[in-house]
Design a protein around this ligand. Sequence first.
Ligand code: ATP
Length: 365
Amino acid sequence: MSISNEVRIAVMPGDGIGEEIMAPCLELVNQAAGQAGGFSLGYDHIEAGAGLYLRTGEDLPKSALEGARAADAILLGAMGLPDVRYPDGREIVPQIDIREELDLYAGIRPVPTFPGLPVPLADPRAQNLDLILIRESTEGLFAERTKPQEHDDMGVDKMIVTRPASERLFKFAFKLTERRKQQGKEGRLTCVDKANVLGSMAFFRSVFDEIAADYPEITADHCYVDAMALKLIRNPWDNDVLVTENMFGDILSDAGAALMGGMGMAPSADIGDDNAVFQPCHGTAPDIAGTGKANPSAMILSAAMMLDWLGDTMDSDAMRDAGRMLDAAVLAAFSTGDLVPYEMGGNAGLKPITDRVSAMLKKVS
Ligand code: ATP
């Protein structure tokens, strides 16, 4: 915290619907903070993304990165536009650069479902999902993504799995699972890998088993990534916390978002030892930008995760309470079944959803 009881948040709205969902989200965060009392939030607005690249030739200036690094937490909208690319054709993805620069190694992708909203699976158990996927975010198959290709006649990407990165990831995952168990949840951590085929993944699993020995009260098990793809469709409710490497996590987290019925419902956090970024899983959705159809829920739920994380980091019950209230308000907003986002076939967009969450927030304590 910079000055007494003021938490500094770096706000990076980004591009497309990122900009549209950020403003109402901040209003709701302020409302929740006001209701919880005892702390205040100050925002440093930081420009980064494809729009900035178009205008200036830079998508993440050094000053933006340093501003983000200095903040207590970073709230990010969405970045990148399909037609704006580096000269070599790669997409503008400063959010990945931020992850790497700030060493945000644990990508948390919760998969909750919301009673009242349509979900793709017919089984009633799919209405009450509450699992979390943790994605390693600094190495794995993305480790050398920016390295130029060295051959004319083939493309190569290496899966890199190191002991230090794996140990800190698993320790984080076991602690998170422990916390969930204390909240009355199952307390089971599943290592998702491909240890039957890839040496890097067999190593990943062996480090997982070593760390598991330090957490005897947590049930630790394994699942191959292909089997997990099947399980997420057939019986996702039989999962508690999953931990996996970078690329597998990238793919499975989109499957998770699908289970929730829409990208606009899926929040995320990328956590490191000194910094953390909170952002919706979805991209900038240029197809609906400016139409008022964006669903701000994932952005709001990401902000709730931020408040919860700040509460833990700064040992503040008020911040944890603010996060819990915001989360509960989103759940309550959809519970009556008459507020269905456009992306799920309904007719609720940015404003009606924000207004309903705000009204529900007033009622939760
Ligand atoms: P990226 O390529 O970075 O993933 P994207 O926006 O093209 O970005 P997704 O985020 O996967 O891809 O979104 C796919 C589609 O889902 C969007 O084009 C949009 O139609 C819809 N969508 C995504 N987020 C939302 C949202 N918050 N509200 C409503 N619809 C959304």
